[in-house]
Write a protein that binds this ligand. Structure first.
Ligand code: FHN
Length: 432
């Protein structure tokens, strides 16, 4: 986090720091640091496509004929939708922010936008889903965030249509970008999102220049609005010369440890982003170890659920999320407000740190003694399971050795606390 501050300060002072030459988070470093301290958010992919149980956007003109797909909104009436229930599910899972697909690639809008009739108010449901979630997030102290795609396979002004449909005969990107600005102003002015999660920047019609134009437009509306890195061009899992935005977004994978740039992995609880009947769901072990390994890499986890067409989240998914929340209720000190490291995450463990404490997230017991490389100049003064028993440890010139009990206190992630003789947050990260 310190590095964001340095880069941010140099940028503010107009002195290009080494890191600033690549990309500088234009959002205030303090705001970004606070975002990264939260570590865990809910991603929600939802829309009329759930009536077919196929993938949002991608199944249009593929598994679902285009006209059929585009007419689904006429049947969409999620009478069990309850924004408070969704937000309480996120809260009880230990999630600190929530990101809803206000508009995905299929162009359907979950709020009463004035700029297209293809929106929720013209479905039988006729209620503002985005507004209800924004209000519920405020009520339960969850940061409200919005997903908005820059590609729109429905709108005639956008030149490309999905899955092989010929491009539109009369595209008009300048008009389409103005449409985007009109909608983004609606979303920012009416719902005050904490963060905007852009997507769809890989198609040819979208240019780096459009990305910069929209970023400037948004920063003029709210300088503290956090924006992910999918407004410009370039790789999603890194910040580079073509990046526009504040943080990297590795997808369906745990990002590589990076102490210099903010990043957030977006990963699905099941296989599909939008709801699918009998979709394969991750085990509790997979969920907790994914979260610990993401935090161990100094990143956030945006964990996706796909609610059903009637507005409910599947009970089995809600139960899984509550199990994660129960784990975080006990061990959250080792995730929230920590930094990644001292040790690079691997298949056996991950590590996070705060002040003079290092939290070792032990995923499985390989042997009686856990050996960790010594970090020069840092000594262990105490070792114990977080919320648990004391542990015997000793430190040689090369290794810290911790004697483990036969049975670990948590089969998914047993958290060991190493209290050190000094603050460890500025320390190096080493691989075992
Ligand atoms: O095409 C989308 C996909 O549907 C989903 O929204 C993910 C979430 O990050 N983003 C795109 C694929 O990279």
């Amino acid at each position: 986090m310190k590095n964001f501050l340095i880069a941010g300060l140099f940028f503010l002072a107009g002195i290009p720091s080494v890191k600033a030459q690549q990309v500088v988070a234009k959002t205030n470093a303090r705001v970004l640091n606070e975002f990264m301290d939260q570590r865990f958010g809910m991603f929600i992919h939802w829309g009329p496509v759930t009536l077919r149980g196929t993938e949002i956007g991608w199944s249009r003109n593929h598994q679902v004929a285009q006209n059929d797909y585009d007419s689904l909104y006429k049947e969409f009436n999620p009478h069990f939708f309850n924004a408070d229930e969704w937000v309480k599910t996120a809260r009880d899972a230990g999630m600190k922010y929530l990101t809803i697909t206000a508009k995905h690639h299929d162009g359907f809008c979950l709020w009463p936008t004035k700029f297209t009739s293809y929106n929720i108010m013209n479905s039988p449901y006729k209620k503002d889903v985005v507004g209800a979630l924004a209000n519920a997030c405020k009520k339960y102290n969850i940061k409200f965030c919005i997903y908005y795609t820059v590609l729109d396979w429905y709108d005639q002004r956008y030149p490309v249509h999905n899955n092989g449909k010929p491009s539109d005969p009369n595209p008009d990107m300048p008009k389409f970008v103005q449409y985007m600005k009109d909608q983004l102003k609606e979303l920012v002015d009416n719902y005050h999102p904490y963060m905007l999660w852009f997507d769809g920047n890989w198609e040819k019609p979208w240019t780096l220049e459009y990305g910069k134009e929209i970023y400037r437009f948004l920063k003029a509306l709210n300088p503290n609005l956090i924006v992910n890195n999918r407004l410009g061009k370039g790789q999603h899992d890194q910040l580079g010369a073509e990046t526009v935005g504040d943080y990297a977004t590795p997808e369906q994978k745990i990002g590589k440890l990076n102490m210099d740039i903010p990043w957030e992995s977006c990963i699905t609880l099941c296989q599909q982003w939008a709801w699918k009947p009998n979709d394969q769901m991750k085990s509790l072990k997979q969920c907790i170890q994914t979260l610990a390994s993401t935090a161990g890499g100094n990143g956030n986890l945006l964990f996706n659920v796909g609610p059903m067409p009637d507005g409910r989240m599947e009970y089995r998914q809600v139960k899984r999320l509550r199990e994660i929340g129960d784990w975080l209720h006990k061990y959250g000190e080792s995730i929230y407000n920590t930094k990644g490291g001292l040790y690079t995450p691997d298949s056996i463990l991950a590590a996070t740190r705060k002040d003079n404490k290092v939290f070792i997230h032990l995923f499985r017991r390989e042997s009686v003694v856990l050996k960790l490389p010594v970090i020069t100049g840092i000594k262990v003064t105490k070792a114990y399971f977080l919320k648990g028993a004391q542990l015997h440890s000793q430190q040689s010139e090369k290794y810290i050795s911790i004697t483990l009990p036969d049975i670990l206190p948590d089969i998914n992630d047993a958290v060991i606390v190493l209290e050190m003789d000094k603050n460890t947050e500025a320390g190096p990260v080493v691989s075992r």
